[in-house]
Design a protein around this ligand. Structure first.
Ligand code: SF4
Ligand code: SF4
Length: 298
């Protein structure tokens, strides 16, 4: 069955993303939508020089914010220097699993944040409010390690956004969110910020579930009266070591690679992937807004 798919133009390049650690991660979460792992090197690191080149390229285009993801961004040895450099250009957000921080990195980043006109945000992925609920998804011992990372950030006066993939029934949402908030406060994070995300049926999660059915697509009729600015691809692009892709979710799809530079990649994109339906349903993917919407998981 072929479904006619709507096309979304890039209205303005507001957000520039970097797949800064490629597909390399120290964890192997069961729901990772790009199957990142300690062995997955299908996408490589971005160097400080490459990020600097893209930051310079982004200025005349009026980019307003920068985002860093992976894999685990802090496996990239240039990561601290990259964030310090980015804070000269605009606000930066890094999506991390929180398990590999060194205090000296956070001291450097605290200084860079304090001395910048722009802010540095951290999003830390934790998928349950206890080891019992998190570790079956993210790996044994990861709850304690990620919470240690959260507290390192808090000690360095950052207010991390905790992101959790929704792996519980809808009717339990209020209770789960309450449990998260209580756990974070008891740990010493007095002003916790929490963002709940839907899972995307791609990568490792596609293996775990059945993936998207062919009928699960956005149609042109669905886009009538829909605010397309809720979709990341309407105002963002992502740089990988292969070039510039449409969005952080689809980098493994060959059609997501739009060009070698930001200008080439400023072209419309056809929403023909199952993941586009998840974006459509939840909206505001990847924004830092703490809400019940969807965001890119680290
Ligand atoms: S997955 Fe989401 S952000 Fe990516 S092209 Fe589809 S709608 Fe746009
Ligand atoms: S979900 Fe995040 S932390 Fe887990 S394997 Fe994927 S990139 Fe790594």
């Amino acid at each position: 069955m072929t479904i006619d798919s709507p096309v979304v133009p890039l209205s303005h390049l507001d957000h520039l993303w970097f797949q800064v650690s490629g597909t390399l991660c120290n964890l192997t979460c069961h729901h990772c939508f790009i199957s990142c792992s300690p062995k997955n090197r299908s996408f490589g690191f971005l160097s400080l020089a490459e990020v600097k080149r893209r930051l310079d390229e982004s200025v005349p285009l009026g980019v307003k914010e920068y985002y860093f993801t992976g894999g685990e961004p802090f496996l990239n040895p240039d990561m601290v220097a990259i964030l310090c450099e980015t804070l000269k250009f605009g606000p930066a957000t890094v999506l991390t699993n929180g398990t590999v921080f060194k205090d000296e990195w956070l001291e450097t980043l605290r200084d860079a944040d304090s001395n910048s006109l722009f802010s540095l945000e951290f999003r830390v992925s934790i998928d349950g409010f206890s080891a019992e609920t998190n570790d079956p998804i993210r790996g044994e011992g990861t709850f304690d390690r990620a919470m240690r990372g959260v507290m390192q950030l808090v000690e360095h006066k950052f207010l991390p956004i905790i992101t959790a993939a929704r792996t519980w029934p809808d009717e339990e949402e209020t209770q789960v969110v309450g449990n998260f908030e209580r756990m974070l406060k008891e740990a010493g994070y007095s002003r916790p910020r929490l963002k709940i995300l839907p899972t995307l049926q791609l990568g490792a999660e596609e293996q775990r579930t059945c993936g998207y059915r062919e009928t699960e697509r956005v149609t042109p009729a669905m886009m009538e009266s829909y605010d397309a600015s809720l979709l990341v691809c309407e105002h963002s692009r992502i740089v990988t070591d292969r070039g510039v892709h449409v969005c952080p979710i689809l980098i493994e799809s060959p059609d997501s690679l739009l060009g070698k530079n930001l200008e080439e990649a400023a072209i419309p994109f056809q929403l023909k992937h199952g993941a586009c339906l998840t974006c459509y349903q939840y909206g505001a993917i990847c924004s830092n807004v703490s809400s019940g919407s969807v965001a890119r998981s680290s």
